[in-house]
Design a protein around this ligand. Structure first.
Ligand code: FES
Length: 395
């Protein structure tokens, strides 16, 4: 019975659409119809923005900051401090995308003679992927790219979050907090921020001078060094004791960094009995070793499988490695599929699993309940365990 009701709704909606199309085609006054809401939405969240690199700077021995402006005539869409941009990249013939937190403040993208945004990218670390290393080594002034922004929920929301924010960070996870710190300093973000930045060595610290320069009553920047070098400040890990030391009675925690740090801090916050509503986490990318994820079948030997990809009436059979998510198999075969966050959260890579066995780690499973029920997966967070058939949209 439910299915019948659903079909009726769909048919009704289609009749309205056809009637509207006929009206517009008939040359009636409604032909000049403008959807103002759509226009505002497109301006706030365009499908793509062409950008050009206008500056490249080293901000640590291993990190580079890239400044981008919109190419002629284009405007940068507004964003919130903590959100990310996804870049379309072609690396050695492979089309791919990568998400990076925006490390500049939102006001810098909407004011001044040359509005801009910045991404800070780290090189040569075990946790940085081949795209980050490629960008670090190759991107130069004058290069043009396509970006999609803004995305992500990792931003301060006064109706939800406490004004006192403690931010455990690691590696390039410092970048969204730098954006927040600058926005606070500018007076356009009303929160107090204490950044606890964990690094193995002082040489690993990114944006240190820049962050120190904007410290104030509202922005505190605390380096926490875990290696054995002499350091005249906080030493050790981002432990519960350290977190507690910098927390107020009512604190919201924003956590951003590599997966091992994220797991560690999550455990420490749980040990402090911090309620889930007070914790915001940002993780980019799939786990490096999916076999270590909870629930992965024990003793499953790495294998190559056949992946049949259906797009409209087109059918391709490609290779898929059990150690890589389906998104990577598609990219290696040169098949375009949408992706933004690459961590299972945004739903852009939603794909129908027609047949086959797959593994989706609980941590990267951002699917809606109905999608799970009707056999949809997010290709970026799905690993094949057998030959599979998937259906993807035609792009
Ligand atoms: S790219 Fe965001 S869920 Fe796959």
């Amino acid at each position: 019975m439910k299915v019948k009701g659903f079909l009726k709704d769909v048919t009704g909606a289609s009749r309205v659409t056809n009637a509207r199309r006929k009206l517009i085609e008939s040359g009636s006054p409604e032909n000049n119809y403008r959807d103002h809401i759509r226009e505002v939405a497109d301006e706030l969240h365009p499908k793509a923005t062409r950008i050009v690199v206008t500056k490249v700077e080293d901000v640590s021995p291993t990190a580079r900051r890239f400044t981008f402006e919109a190419t002629d005539g284009d405007k940068l869409p507004p964003f919130q401090a903590g959100q990310y941009a996804s870049l379309d990249l072609e690396i050695n013939g492979t089309l791919t995308t990568r998400p990076y937190s925006i490390s500049s403040a939102p006001f810098e993208a909407r004011t001044g003679e040359h509005p801009f945004f910045q991404l800070t990218i780290r090189n040569g670390r075990p946790e940085t992927g081949f795209a980050a290393n490629w960008l670090y080594a190759n991107l130069k002034e004058g290069d043009k790219l396509t970006a999609h922004l803004p995305f992500g929920e990792f931003h301060f929301e006064p109706l939800r979050d406490s004004k006192h924010v403690v931010a455990p960070a690691g590696g390039s996870g410092i970048t969204p907090f730098y954006a927040m710190a600058k926005e606070i300093e500018h007076g356009t973000l009303d929160m107090d921020l204490t950044i606890l930045y964990g690094s193995v060595s002082t040489k690993d610290i990114i944006l240190e001078q820049q962050l120190k320069a904007i410290q104030s009553d509202r922005v505190k920047f605390v380096n926490v060094i875990s290696g054995d070098e002499e350091y005249d400040g906080e030493k050790g890990f981002l432990s519960r004791d350290l977190i507690k030391k910098y927390s107020a009675e009512d604190t919201t925690y924003f956590v951003c960094g590599p997966l091992p740090m994220y797991h560690f801090v999550k455990g420490e916050l749980e040990a402090l009995h911090v309620p889930a509503r007070r914790i915001r986490m940002e993780v980019f990318g799939a786990p490096r070793d999916v076999t270590a994820a909870e629930g992965y079948p024990k003793d499953f030997e790495p294998k190559k499988f056949k992946l049949t990809v259906l797009r409209g009436i087109q059918k391709d059979v490609i290779e898929a490695d059990s150690r890589e998510p389906l998104t990577v198999a598609l990219e290696r075969a040169g098949i375009k599929n949408n992706s933004r966050c690459r961590s299972g959260a945004c739903g852009f890579c939603r794909t129908k699993l027609v047949s086959g066995d797959v593994f989706v780690p609980a941590e990267g499973d951002g699917r809606r309940r109905a999608d799970k029920q009707f056999g949809y997966v997010h290709a970026c967070s799905t690993w094949p365990l057998s030959d599979c058939t998937i259906r993807i949209p035609i792009l």
